[in-house]
Design a protein around this ligand. Structure first.
Ligand code: FAD
Length: 378
């Protein structure tokens, strides 16, 4: 039986960040992941500078042999409507490939890894967890994404009662002919909001790769929304011919929409397993990293006593950072207005240069008003 101080289930950004911090603090950490790395992950793959700062990413080191696309502008529109271009004097985001990014963070974490091994069982024995009948740990951190088995153990029912975002995307290297025929600028991602504002599509060129996708907050007809979106891009000449025909899908929860139980004796959830993505943009990497940092700092200070009440400050810190965990019952002015009014209003707002810069981008997508979590010790 293998013994460790902390077992982290899932080696995505949440798991590897938490492992990185705990390993630096001298804990024996093991990351268990069902996949072998490097592995693909369904994601548009853009991160804000705050993420790079919180992770203390050495950008010069990172971009050696990896894609790091500096993004200095955005084109935004209501699907089919006029586009607004907003420019910034510096990089306000980076386009990365999750295959590279996640592998880099996992390797850098310094933690032991057990890859290609799914979590199959976990049981409590003498105040410890026994996982897969092979690993013993007093604390298990669930970082296995939306379908995390540790979250299920705490009662999550993905796909049933939860209101998830469903999204599909493709990412592929363009041939020289496709690259020449693609007018999308690598420093300027394009965002296309659905008419009902229940989701958006994106076109993101990073280096030689093109990433196209669409996510929506309702389960119905994602395929037809996606087909209409790709059709519109093709008609407008924004994408080259010969796209791969299979889009890959995934789901995740927005913070405040469907709160999950986050902890119990000797167990807590971080990242998508905890359902933390920003509600307006669906950005999930930053909240994953931040929840991992909050959890690691708390765990380090607990001296091995991981009873539920000792872990409780984790939830309080999440609320302090991200706001109330359940926003389903708050006032919804939009629901009181007739649909045609809402459509007309959203069309005007999204077409406004001021609204695009100050609300859609600075506030909803870039969170420029929210500084990085806290300076991490070097
Ligand atoms: C289409 C799409 C586009 C997105 N675009 C962006 C974006 O541009 N920017 C952004 O910030 N966010 C984006 N997101 C959200 C972002 O991808 C997630 O919030 C982020 O990946 C969460 O990180 P995580 O570490 O919590 O989970 P994940 O990245 O999902 O990692 C979970 C890990 O757990 C492992 N695992 C799962 N089950 C098991 C098991 N049973 N046993 C062992 N291991 C297991 C998996 O193999 C995986 O490696 C997007 C999401 C989607 C679906």
């Amino acid at each position: 039986m293998k013994q460790c101080d902390v077992l982290i289930v899932g080696g995505g950004p949440a798991g590897s960040t938490c492992a990185w911090q705990l390993h630096r603090a001298g804990r024996e950490v093991l990351i268990l992941d069902k996949r072998l790395f490097p592995r693909d992950k369904v994601c548009a793959g853009w991160i804000t500078p705050a993420v790079a700062e919180e992770l203390q990413l050495d950008l010069a080191d990172y971009e050696r042999g990896r894609v790091l696309q500096r993004l200095t502008g955005f084109r935004t529109s209501l699907m089919g409507g006029p586009e607004v271009e907003t420019r910034y004097p510096e990089a306000v985001s980076y386009g990365i490939r999750r295959r590279e990014f996640d592998h880099y963070l996992l390797t850098r974490s310094g933690a032991q890894t057990l890859l290609g091994t799914p979590l199959e069982s976990m049981r409590r024995e003498g105040g410890q967890w026994i996982v897969n009948d092979a690993i013993r740990a007093p604390l298990v951190i669930g970082a296995g994404g939306h379908f995390c088995p540790v979250a299920r153990r705490l009662g999550a029912r993905p796909g049933a009662a939860e209101a998830a975002v469903l999204a599909k995307e493709i990412e592929f290297p363009m041939t020289p002919e496709q690259a020449a025929a693609c007018p999308a600028r690598a420093d300027t991602p394009e965002l296309f909001f659905c008419q009902d504002l229940r989701g958006y599509g994106w076109l993101l060129r990073k280096g030689n790769y093109l990433n196209i996708g669409l996510g929506r907050q309702d389960k119905r007809r994602l395929g037809s929304h996606l087909a209409a979106f790709v059709d519109m891009l093709a008609r407008r000449g924004r994408i080259p011919a010969g796209l791969p025909d299979h889009f890959h899908g995934h789901a995740y929860l927005l913070y405040g929409e469907t709160p999950r139980e986050l902890l119990d004796d000797g167990v807590l959830l971080i990242g998508d397993a905890a359902g933390l993505a920003y509600a307006q943009s669906g950005e999930g990497i930053r909240p994953s990293v931040e929840s991992a940092l909050i959890a690691a700092r708390l765990v380090h200070g607990l001296g091995g006593d991981y009873r539920r009440e000792r872990l409780r400050p984790y939830v309080e810190e999440l609320v302090a950072r991200f706001g109330p965990r359940d926003r389903r019952h708050g006032p919804n002015v939009a629901a009181l207005l007739p649909r045609s009014w809402m459509r007309a209003l959203s069309a005007r707002l999204i077409a406004s240069r001021w609204f695009a810069r100050h609300v859609v981008l600075d506030r909803w997508f870039l969170h420029r008003g929210q500084p990085p979590l806290w300076p991490q010790p070097q």
